[in-house]
Structure formats: C-alpha cells, structure tokens
Design a protein around this ligand. Structure first.
Ligand SMILES: *Cc1c(COP(=O)(O)O)cnc(C)c1O
Length: 393
C-alpha cells in the first residue's frame, strides 16, 4: 500500500540488522507498548518478565537497570521508582494499613519522617521514633501493631552508625519486616541482605547516578511475594521512570565503585584534617574513631561514603557559622550528594532532631559536607580560607 512520506515516518518498514553490540546497551523509551495482535493484548501478564504492557510498568531498559541494582545490593528482585523518597513511600504504602505501626530511627532521613507524620497519619498508620543505638530499647517498643521497621546506616545528618546486627535480630525475633535505606552504603560499603534485612531501598539519585542530574530510587528484595506486593502498589500509584533518566544511570553504574572509593578517601582526609582545627568541636564520620557507632561501622563495613558532618564550637554564633559556609567557594551550598561537585549544608540540630528526642549528647552548630571529585588539596585549601572568617570575628 503506497503511503505519503509523513505516514512513512511513523510506519516505516525498515529495521536495522541485529547483531550490533557496544559497551552501552540500547535504550528503550515508551509510554505505549505495541501488541502484535488482540490475543497478545488480552493475555499479557505484567508478572512475567516478557509481559510488556505499558511504559509506566516496565521497559527492557528498566529491567536492565533493575537487574544491575539487584545484583549490586545482593537481592533477587528490584523495582525502580521516580525518586528515593518515592521508594520509601511505595514500601510504606504497600506494607502498612490503618491501625498498623511503623518504627523509624530518630535520625531517619527527614522527608521519610515527614511522610509518616503528615501522610501515613492521615491513613490511620502510626509511627514512633526509636534510638538506633539501643537494640534493647527497640525490642521494648515493638507491639502487636508493629508491621515495619526502617533502618538507616548511618543516620542522616548526625551520622550515628547503628548496631544493625542487634536491630535486625530484634526485628526478626518479633517477626517484623525490616527495610534499610541504603543510600549511604550504595551497595558498595554495605549490603543489607547479608545482614538478614528484608527490603533494601536506595536513592539512586546519589551514588548510582553520581551526576547530580537524576532523581531515582530502588527497592530490592529476595522474596518474590514481597516484590509482587510492592510492585502492585507501585503500579496502582502510577509511578514510572523515564528512559532518559535510566540511560544516565546505566552510563554511571560502571564507575560507581571508583567514584565511591575516591569520595571515601577525600572524605576521610578532610574529616581528619577538620578534626584538628580549633573551632571544630567534633567530626561525625562513621569511619573515624570516636564518632558515634564507629565500632558498629567497623563490624559491618569496609568503606564509607564521602559524607560527614562537623560540629562547630557552640560558643560560636550561628551567624559566624553561616559566614563560614558562605565563604566556601568550591563547596557549593546544596542538598543531595555523591555528585562531582562538593556540597555543604548547615543544619539546625534542634530542627533536625527536635529538643525532646535522643540527641546522643550532640551539641554545637552542625555543618554537613559531601565530597565531590575535585582535587583534595583544592578542597582543603577552600576549607582553610573559609575558616579564616572565625579569626576575623
Ligand atoms: C537523598 C536521600 C533520599 C531521597 O532520595 P531522593 O531521590 O532525593 O528522593 C532518601 N534517603 C536518604 C538517606 C537520602 O540521602
């Protein structure tokens, strides 16, 4: 049937010969998926790996990234979500119902706590905060309604490394499902399934992307029924991931381990150097002796993310600490981390933890640093020149 060229641009019959191979896998992008006939349309089942039904649910490119993240984390199944926070939300919504309770560590990633406080609460799902440094206290908190325990290692911002073995043992003794936010460990420093954790989630936004330009999350499990339950919730919520974003993550994954190691080395060098500066009261970096939970980090990890916090002397004013942050030139002010650019954020301890909650004796003005891939000598010189603001005051 002869057709107009504009129609040919849509229905062109030419297919390139197969057999092409390069280091980069081909990238598939789809909203709609084409079925060969109505029988296929009627019978395709999304639970089957070749059951492609709609771009929202999966594409071959998404399977590629899911397989690689599952391998990285040591899981059998992986589901990608449009952000790290969306991964937390999907796990919560898949596993919790009205009347249930979820337990979060007191140093949980702040938006995960707000999700529980503002959204889960409206669905009749209760949350309580536990001290991740005290497995016995967690055991005492678990009740008949406790369905899910989130773990995070180390805790966000204050960087305490929890007794993961103890916390997981307690959860298993009580038959409660555990989910680890493994964004810091990235599957490189820490593999949650080796510890007996049921669900391992990660913000791929951080290390696996590594570019500061993609938002994505992952949820891994070893249990098929658990995976299908979470995947079903994800599908009904209408979450998807974009082909362009998958392409960026695919390109970054091969360099994950070398970026992680480089940022780890920079982080330890600068954390140790900052600890010797007179205005610094304390450096919170799980790989540094004296940091909260350092011994638990030693038990569990071989490496650390390039991320740490510094407590400046409480006698300095907040304005002085902000002036220090503003004086930094290579460390740019911004959330997120694990990209090429070093970042810094001052946090108000009383806001991130709340005065009434466990603070593990932390005091002073907290500033979090995230290492980029710049030369370590340049980053140290930047810190050194910015520290001069304290002398001027
Ligand atoms: C960044 C982050 C998240 C959320 O990831 P987004 O992709 O930014 O939503 C979750 N947990 C931790 C520990 C994080 O650092």
């Amino acid at each position: 049937m002869p057709q107009e060229p504009i129609t040919e641009l849509i229905h062109h019959a030419y297919l390139p010969p197969s057999g092409f191979e390069s280091p980069a896998p081909g990238v598939h992008k789809a909203s709609t998926v084409i079925f060969p006939d109505t029988a296929a349309l009627r019978t395709r089942d999304w639970r089957r790996r070749d059951g492609y039904t709609y771009g929202l649910h999966t594409t071959p490119t998404r399977y590629l990234v899911e397989e690689r993240i599952a391998t990285l984390e040591g899981g059998r199944f992986c589901l990608l979500t449009p952000s790290g926070l969306a991964a937390v939300a999907v796990v919560d919504l898949a596993l919790l119902a009205p009347g249930d309770e979820v337990l979060l560590p007191v140093n949980v990633y702040g938006p995960s706590r707000e999700l529980a406080r503002q959204e889960l609460a409206r669905w009749g799902i209760r949350h309580r905060l536990y001290d991740p440094m005290d497995a016995a206290a967690l055991a005492a908190m678990i009740g008949p309604q406790t369905r899910l325990i989130w773990l995070e290692a180390p805790g966000s911002v204050t960087m305490e490394f929890p007794d993961l073995h103890g916390l997981v043992r307690v959860a298993r003794e009580h038959g409660v499902t555990t989910a680890l936010d493994n964004t810091w460990g990235a599957g490189v420093a820490l593999r949650g399934f080796d510890l007996g954790i049921d669900i391992v989630m990660q913000a791929l936004t951080k290390y696996p992307s590594g570019g500061g330009d993609v938002l994505m999350g992952s949820i891994c499990t070893r249990d098929q029924a658990l995976y299908e339950r979470i995947k079903g919730t994800d599908m009904r919520l209408g979450y998807g991931v974009a082909g362009n974003d998958l392409e960026l993550v695919l390109r970054s994954l091969p360099t994950l381990a070398v970026r992680y190691a480089a940022q780890d080395q920079t982080g330890r060098t600068l954390a140790q150097w900052l600890a010797t500066q007179p205005q610094v009261a304390r450096v919170l970096h799980p790989a540094l002796p004296g940091s909260p939970g350092h011994e638990h980090w030693q038990e569990t990890c071989s490496a650390a993310a390039g991320l740490f916090s510094v407590l400046f002397d409480g006698r300095l004013s907040q304005a002085q600490v902000h002036a220090f942050v503003d004086a930094l030139k290579l460390f740019r002010i911004g959330y997120s981390w694990a990209g090429p650019m070093s970042l810094v954020v001052p946090y108000d301890l009383s806001v991130v933890r709340g005065p009434a909650q466990v603070q593990n004796g932390l005091q002073g003005h907290l500033v979090r640093f995230s290492m980029g891939l710049e030369a370590v000598a340049d980053l140290q010189a930047d810190l050194q020149q910015a520290l001069q603001v304290f002398k001027a005051a």
